[in-house]
Design a binder for this molecule. Sequence first.
Ligand code: SDX
Length: 429
Amino acid sequence: MPKHAELHLEGKSYSLPVLIGSENEKAIDISQLRAETGYITLDHGYGNTGSCTSKITYIDGEKGILRYRGIPIEQLAEQSNFVETSYLLIYGTLPNKLELENFSHTLSHHSLIHEDMLRFYDGYPSTAHPMAILASMVCSLSAYYPDSLNPTDPAQVDQLIPRALSKLRTIAAYSYKKSIGQPVIYPNNSLGFCANFLSMMFAVPSEKYEIDEDIVGALEMLLILHADHEQNCSTSTVRLVGSSLANLFASISAGISALWGPLHGGANQAVMEMLRQIHSNGGDVAAAIKAAKDKENPFRLMGFGHRIYKNYDPRAKIIKKHCDKILSKLKIKDPLLDIAKRLEEAALEDSYFVEKKLYPNVDFYSGVIYQAMGIPMNMYTVMFALGRLPGWIAHWKEMHDQGGNKIGRPRQVYEGEVLTNYRPLAERK
Ligand code: SDX
């Protein structure tokens, strides 16, 4: 493997260091490029540009491989739970029994939000999208912990991490309750993380709430599958905002906003809207495929395609498998699942999708399960944020733990006006 890459520019040769990752990913280190050559690189959408080194998650998009700290996602989805996987991502190893008990207890201990924050909800219209509420409420958490916001103090960071993990869950559930005019349900710390969330979402003060272990298991699986995905748009946002030494809550809030976009985490809601539209058009998947291929038509097959996966997203494979299992356990026959399967089949037989290597991604089937759980469509991206939170935290923490933090500040190629002088108003037509 070469140790350097040779660059020839304007009659000069430059030798750029080559970096090889633990899974043999190769990179050319261009950190001295501008200083040595006066040139920068340009890479719209950063499809060819690494922003950091990381030990958290490995993806092989060609082979459809996803591993958290080296452990295949398939094993974690089947054998782990969300709290244990969060610990793995954030602290780097699977916890032993005592570590897991302590971590779970700490999360339960920090599940309440300050009572004053409940009043924030009264200021939102009942139609407010819960992602708008989540982003602002999570950032507002920093107002309640002014003495533990220093990102360069590991002790303060260790205090904030369980607060962020536990309180985002509470904020999410409360926003749902407020949107349907029901009283908020306080956390019940005798329940596990996921069961506690379901209780806060669906319990009512007037009745005993029965935990459905099948739904808890489905939620554990979904949150594990969403927990991290290396340098995706929202995680890169959390890293960039964190690089300015913004506190953890502010950095996560920025990640929530980035995730909201329909090209990213907002796709799970967009998929269900698309499936409902196809259903109302009599289930005509051929028309949807035709529209998705039409360059003049802005319609895209939501939940399809991926910047990294040029093969089936391993998460989509697992979710699709669980769809049938969960819906039959809950005795639900969902026509949207049948449409999704027919849509996938038609797309994967169509040369447009095959040649562009467009496969179902994590968002294609997840909404079917959220719907079966009784979670409303406008909460699907909130569920994605709840799942992705440990990944955001892990990357933010890794960036600070690595030391030598440099504020993220990309360059540009300027194409605007060259030097022009100011013209007084009287001289302008
Ligand atoms: C997530 O990065 C991550 O890891 C993200 C994520 C995570 O866990 O964090 O995996 C979560 O965001 C999954 C993606 C959810 N988004 C969607 O499902 C929205 C629909 N998909 C696309 O918009 C698109 O595929 C992206 C945004 C996901 C990826 O876009 P890219 O890599 O920039 O690819 P592109 O837009 O340049 O598309 C390449 C070609 C184009 O055609 P040409 O211009 O080359 O002729 O494929 C076409 C696109 O038009 N294309 C699609 C398509 N996706 C790409 N055509 C129809 N339907 C689609 N869904």
